[in-house]
Write a protein that binds this ligand. Structure first.
Ligand SMILES: [Zn+2]
Length: 238
């Protein structure tokens, strides 16, 4: 398994380059660029958070609950009275902090569930919906936020995978091959719950086709001149 610094640097480097690429292409604005980089780096640290270091994960859950509650209040500020807004804030915070996140923290008690692809997919998809529906961010930015969080976590799992095999392809540790985890039989009910959540989040996710159309549009990418073959690439993109 790779250590904390490797994960921090790896996730920061990958998400930094990726964020700069989509930023230069004009697909995200200034704050979106910083958010993507931050979320990618956080994603790179998430899989190793478990019951052994529950302080940072509780802090993260608290912050997310606050942001969720404030997002709700901002969303309904014109329709509701001050008293209803306070009630909404408390209800939103309580729901996220004590219902949603209690389910997630009880999962992290079961070591290894959080260190998996589906758990990170749930967090990534939840980020997309939170950003789009609750915080009212733009569709493209919201999808990028979720993708960067998920991508950072995948960098983490890939690094663990790399560090568990040596260059000869021989197994150095028994942990080899278990980093990029999709399912584990001993935790089948937890995985069933995770995949159920993924289905639910995909169903309610903001429109993805519109996002893909934006990403597939060659015009923004044509602004990028990469390496020593800028003209060739430009011709290709044209
Ligand atoms: Zn790890």
């Amino acid at each position: 398994m790779a250590n904390f610094n490797t994960h921090l640097n790896g996730a920061f480097a990958v998400s930094g380059i990726m964020a700069l690429t989509v930023y230069k292409a004009g697909l995200i604005n200034d704050s979106g660029f910083l958010m993507c980089m931050a979320l990618g780096t956080i994603g790179g640290l998430l899989p190793d958070l478990d019951s052994d270091n529950s302080t940072p994960i509780k802090l993260g859950f608290n912050i997310t609950s606050f942001v969720f509650a404030f997002g709700l209040v901002m969303h309904w500020r014109n329709e509701l009275s001050l008293l209803s807004l306070i009630a909404l804030w408390l209800a939103g915070y309580g729901f996220m902090r004590y219902v949603v996140f209690n389910i997630f923290t009880s999962m992290t008690v079961h070591r290894g569930i959080i260190h998996s692809v589906p758990y990170m997919a749930v967090l990534g998809l939840a980020t997309v919906s939170l950003s789009y529906y609750v915080l009212g961010n733009a569709l493209t930015a919201s999808w990028f936020f979720g993708l960067f969080l998920f991508g950072g976590a995948m960098v983490h799992l890939a690094l663990d995978e790399l560090y568990s095999v040596n260059l000869m392809g021989m197994k150095m540790k028994r942990s080899a091959g278990t980093a990029m985890k999709f399912y584990q039989h001993k935790d089948k009910w937890w995985y069933l719950l995770l995949y159920g959540l993924i289905a639910l989040l995909v169903y309610f996710a903001p429109p993805v086709t519109e996002f893909w159309q934006q990403v597939y549009d060659p015009a923004p990418w044509a602004q990028l001149k990469v390496g020593i073959l800028p003209d060739l690439l430009e011709d290709y993109l044209r």
